[in-house]
Design a protein around this ligand. Structure first.
Ligand SMILES: Cc1cc2nc3c(=O)[nH]c(=O)nc-3n(C[C@H](O)[C@H](O)[C@H](O)COP(=O)(O)OP(=O)(O)OC[C@H]3O[C@@H](n4cnc5c(N)ncnc54)[C@H](O)[C@@H]3O)c2cc1C
Length: 441
């Protein structure tokens, strides 16, 4: 079953489903191909990123197709970070200067299913599950899929690869269309653990993202609607205190008792979860170009996967969809002009968030625990209150606005230069006053 005038979207994940909705709204016929069976009827894969933080960029995209309220009905707002030191009091650090703005913990599968159902309900969209793309001729739009019934061929006018970080469409463009790529993996991986409800209630405050910063590694926990928390360890994959070196039940218990003592009580299945849940890879994908003429292109993680430390991968993928739709609007639906325009407008922005996401790893695993950082945050929030709209923190711009990421990057660098100069001048003035005081004493 294939129609050469269709638009093929490969991958019915977060970006692919949203894209199918946007294209259908333009009156296009869309075939959405997904390698998995229908996720609405099956179990969620164990230990694979159960929830994620959705913020303004993602919400803006959902609003445009009227899905924001449905998705937000089950979201849990997180207004700041709660820092868990090895010893001592928990520390709440608000995300915004008024303590009111929140990022939202949502179930990844619920979000994907809501988008899938929205896409399936659009006239002109058909979905083919159990279809794994294995071949593509980007110039003719001929695709090869592996299905439970064997190999099948299909054809489309335009093929859009929304098939995630390990994109098969990208691999085909690499093989047949002169695309080049770079994959920068971190020496870190991630693994999920679970904190169940305690006496039917959340075991930790549910209105925050919890962080256990431990210098070179960390754990975070996000709340779920069933009152559990999903914890994610971000640890080195090899060396001391790594996933490779900590494997036996005794070593796991010892390590957590020493470095995450409050977790022992909170996570009764800790050892089992640790031993059975997989270690996921973390890295940044860059490739160029993202499109081939007007017939094939990449979107979301397939074009530019990033590390998850700013909670922006899905938000950024949703912005791609909004921008591609805008480019189609501005070019009257001319794919040969829309695809290069989309790439031109998104590339710098995705590069900027890739850099900010890497920088945020150091902030989360290390800096958040330091008194200097905590003071800096307080000064920053005071400046935001004193200079509304003129001084805006990077976190605020990334998470609570739709200002393009590249502009955020430039603006924050400018702000830091001005702030650095102001602090320097302040230090000189104070130093001068002290010296004058000494001379006159
Ligand atoms: C630990 C972790 C935490 C994260 N937390 C956040 C967060 O808090 N906030 C945030 O915004 N982002 C977060 N992200 C990033 C986010 O998950 C991704 O950016 C987002 O899922 C990208 O969406 P996508 O649709 O491009 O790719 P995916 O969601 O990966 O979807 C790709 C789809 O394509 C399908 N597919 C793959 N290969 C084929 C093939 N050959 N043929 C057909 N179909 C195929 C897959 O089955 C899948 O359905 C996190 C990521 C990780 C790893």
């Amino acid at each position: 079953m294939s129609d050469p005038d269709e638009i093929a979207v490969v991958g019915a994940g977060l970006a692919g489903c949203l894209l199918a909705c946007f294209l259908a709204r333009r009156g296009l016929r869309v075939a959405l191909y997904e390698r998995r069976p229908d996720p609405r009827t099956g179990a969620v894969e164990r230990g694979r990123s159960i929830n994620l933080a959705l913020s303004e960029r993602g919400l803006d995209a959902l609003r445009r197709i009227g899905l924001d309220r449905q998705v937000m009905a089950d979201a849990l707002p997180m207004r700041g970070r709660v820092i868990h030191p090895v010893k001592g009091e928990l520390d709440f650090q608000p995300y915004s200067h008024d303590g009111q703005r929140a990022i939202n913990s949502i179930s990844r599968s619920a979000l994907n299913n809501a988008l899938l159902t929205a896409a399936a309900g659009q006239p002109g969209v058909r979905i083919a599950f159990d279809h794994r793309l294995t071949g593509l001729d980007p110039r003719t739009g001929e695709m090869t899929y592996e299905t439970p019934d064997g190999t099948t061929k299909a054809r489309a006018a335009v093929v859009l690869g929304a098939d995630g970080a390990g994109s098969a469409v990208r691999a085909q463009l690499l093989a047949h269309a002169g695309l080049t790529e770079s994959l920068d993996f971190l020496d870190y991986g991630y693994k999920e653990l679970r904190i169940p409800p305690r006496d039917g209630e959340f075991a930790l405050s549910p209105d925050a993202l919890h962080i256990w910063p431990r210098g070179t590694s960390m754990m975070i926990a996000l709340p779920n609607p069933d009152r559990s928390f999903t914890c994610t360890l971000f640890w080195p994959t090899s060396g001391t205190s790594s996933f490779a070196s900590i494997g036996s039940p005794a070593a796991i218990e010892r390590h957590f008792a020493e470095h995450y003592p409050d977790l022992i009580e909170l996570a009764p299945t800790l050892v089992e979860d640790y031993r059975h849940n997989p270690v996921g890879a973390l890295g940044t994908v860059r490739c160029t170009p993202w499109h081939v003429g007007g017939t094939a292109a990449l979107i979301g993680d397939a074009a530019h996967a990033i590390v998850p430390f700013y909670g922006q991968g899905a938000n950024c993928a949703f912005e791609d969809v909004v921008e591609l739709d805008r480019c189609l609007e501005e070019t009257g639906g001319d794919w040969t002009r829309a695809l290069p325009l989309y790439e031109e407008r998104r590339r710098d922005n995705t590069e900027a968030i890739a850099r900010m996401a890497l920088a945020n790893f150091v902030e989360m695993r290390d800096k958040v625990a330091s008194p200097v950082f905590q003071l800096q945050k307080k000064v920053e929030h005071a400046l935001e209150r004193a200079l509304p709209g003129r001084y805006v923190s990077r976190y605020e711009l990334v998470s609570f606005s739709t200002v393009p990421y590249a502009q955020v990057w430039r603006r924050v660098r400018r702000q830091h230069r001005v702030l650095g100069a102001a602090v320097g001048a302040g230090a000189l003035l104070i130093g001068g006053a002290i010296l004058r005081g000494r001379r006159s004493a």
